[in-house]
Design a protein around this ligand. Structure first.
Ligand SMILES: Cc1ncc(COP(=O)(O)O)c(C=O)c1O
Length: 296
């Protein structure tokens, strides 16, 4: 596969791509993004990702965005040009180009970037052994400042701070709470716990990104008749859970075996967690929007 970039409709190899220095996302984080995976030449959950992106465009009042179908077409074309079989797609949309905060003073023509690359967050052994996670002091941005349901670029400064905290403790991930002290999410993943056969995950109103992978896990559980509750969870619920795992497009599904130096369950990946991971790996290979195979 060759890493390729599509900048406003023009496809180039990654090394040749460049962007205007006054791009509003570069200057102020004023934009949105999506991370999407290609498995076996199928783009997994492309529509749910794009629907979330276009919801973000409406929420942030980004004007003049290209039509949905055009973006979809560009993604397929770029993936094809890259010869992608198993890859990661980054889609980024900024409000436009120009200096100064005021959108009225800039060129309000959104810059739309699509990159086809590779991304592996953890080595395979970590998926076997599970992650050690710590609770970090950085809180998720409260919805009255910037609703975490939108995958805005600027919000990730807090998540990067949280990740640095986790790194300093040698942990695989950092768990973020909301301003009320309820469990929200990890720096780039949603959380699930299993207790007495019930799957519980923070309610979207707790200040989380409503993850597409989270949605897939809920679909699997519903297909299997396993109860799922979107809930307000405290650290107590996680410390005393039977199993826990994290979900995200980049990390996929990874068991979480320890929080704040306390083992979760018996400190090993749980039985239901492993069954769900197996089913997820099956579904990603079979599902999705098919791409052609282009230049390699
Ligand atoms: C903060 C945050 N939470 C959750 C997720 C998981 O979302 P998804 O499954 O849609 O990738 C992500 C993924 O990027 C994220 O950045």
């Amino acid at each position: 596969m060759r890493m390729m970039v599509n900048w406003n409709g023009v496809i180039t190899p990654l090394e040749e791509a460049c962007l205007p220095v006054f791009d509003h996302a570069y200057l102020y984080g004023d934009g949105l993004f999506e991370g999407i995976r290609i498995y076996n030449r199928n783009i997994f959950k492309l529509d749910p990702h794009l629907e979330r992106l276009y919801d973000g465009v409406r929420h942030l009042d980004i004007r003049g965005m290209i039509p949905y179908e055009e973006l979809k077409e560009r993604i397929l074309e770029t993936a094809e040009a890259a010869g992608a079989e198993n890859a990661y797609i980054r889609v980024s949309v900024s409000r436009g180009t120009g200096i100064g905060l005021n959108p009225e003073n800039i060129n309000q023509t959104p810059n739309v970037m699509i990159a086809i690359t590779r991304l592996a967050l953890y080595p395979p052994e970590m998926y076997e052994a599970g992650l050690r996670v710590v609770t970090v002091s950085t809180r998720v941005t409260p919805p009255d400042a910037l609703d975490p349901r939108i995958k805005s670029i600027g919000r990730y400064v807090a998540n990067i701070q949280a990740k640095i905290e986790a790194n300093r403790q040698g942990a695989g991930e950092g768990l973020m709470l909301n301003m009320q002290g309820y469990v929200a999410e990890a720096t780039g993943d949603n959380l699930f716990i299993v207790k007495d056969g019930v799957l519980r995950t923070p309610h979207p109103a707790c200040g989380i990104l409503k993850g597409i992978t989270r949605g897939t896990v809920i679909e699997i559980a519903q297909d299997w008749g396993i109860p799922v509750v979107e809930d307000w969870l405290t650290l107590h619920d996680v410390y005393t859970a039977d199993e826990a795992f994290l979900t995200g497009t980049a990390a996929e599904i990874i068991p979480m075996v320890m929080l704040d130096y306390r083992p979760i369950g018996d400190g090993k990946p749980g039985e239901l967690t492993e069954k769900i991971i197996g089913e997820f790996r099956q579904r990603v290979r079979e599902d999705g929007v098919r791409i052609g195979v282009g230049v390699r």
